[in-house]
Design a protein around this ligand. Structure first.
Ligand code: IPE
Ligand code: IPE
Ligand code: MG
Length: 220
């Protein structure tokens, strides 16, 4: 199954503790590790897509953006071992062309080293926005002179795989431009827990609830 998570609430987590927002992002990165390891060892989940930076997040102060880019670079360097140990393949969606050369190299290197890993594919959504993704897909189709069909649109998206389960932390009940095409029939869960406080136990509870839901896909 494909699990997608909108990791939200880092800033509020820090604020509640009288800390700077960036401290929330640091703690949030640790949770990414825990959840990735959990998913790698859960046989039902084969793809984990995490919303890390949206096309709208460029509206934030430069200092916060710079910190997030640096955090990502350090994280990929530090956690390469985690990807290898847990047999996790690393992929990205979104338009990373704007990122620094250093970060782009780090991303390409991590993908290359982990490309044959099998237990889990972890997809980081980086400078990702669903509207941007769909627009780029349509442009590609026009360039290739492809027929406009739902199947062809899906094939040209950054990720073609439908989402089975979408989780958003932090209590906001919205999708914020995340995987709009792919969540057409996803089951959705919204938890008030802030991302830095999210745990694999919490994920397990949601997975148990998910299994109880009857997915009809328009049938009866
Ligand atoms: C999510 O946490 C992480 C990113 C968007 C990078 P936020 O930074 O949005 O935290 P809140 O929503 O302000 O608490
Ligand atoms: C969504 O969170 C983006 C990520 C988690 C990366 P935001 O915090 O940016 O979304 P809004 O502004 O609350 O909708
Ligand atoms: Mg937020």
């Amino acid at each position: 199954m494909h699990l997608a998570i909108i990791m939200d609430g880092n800033g509020r987590w820090a604020k509640k503790r009288g800390l700077k927002r960036i401290e929330g992002h640091k703690k949030g990165a640790e949770v990414v590790k825990e959840i990735t390891e959990y998913c790698a060892n859960n046989h039902e989940i084969d793809t984990l897509t995490l919303y890390a930076f949206s096309t709208e997040n460029w509206k934030r102060p430069k200092m916060e953006i710079d910190f997030l880019m640096k955090l990502l670079d350090n994280w990929l360097k530090k956690e390469l071992d985690t990807y290898i140990k847990n047999d996790v393949k690393f992929e990205t969606i979104g338009d990373i062309s704007k990122f620094s050369n250093k970060l782009k190299k780090r991303i390409a290197y991590t993908k290359e080293v982990t490309k044959n890993n099998k237990k889990l594919t972890q997809v980081l959504a980086l400078n990702y926005g669903s509207r941007d993704e769909i627009t780029r897909a349509v442009k590609k189709m026009i360039e290739k002179n492809e027929e406009i069909t739902p199947e062809n649109i899906q094939k040209n998206l950054d990720i073609g795989r439908d989402v089975d389960l979408l989780i958003r932390t932090s209590g906001e009940i919205r999708v914020s431009n995340f995987l709009l095409w792919q969540i057409a029939y996803a089951e959705m869960f919204f938890t008030p827990i802030l991302w830095p406080d999210f745990t694999s136990e919490e994920l397990e509870k949601i997975l148990t609830e998910f299994k109880k839901r009857e997915r009809r896909f328009g049938g009866i």
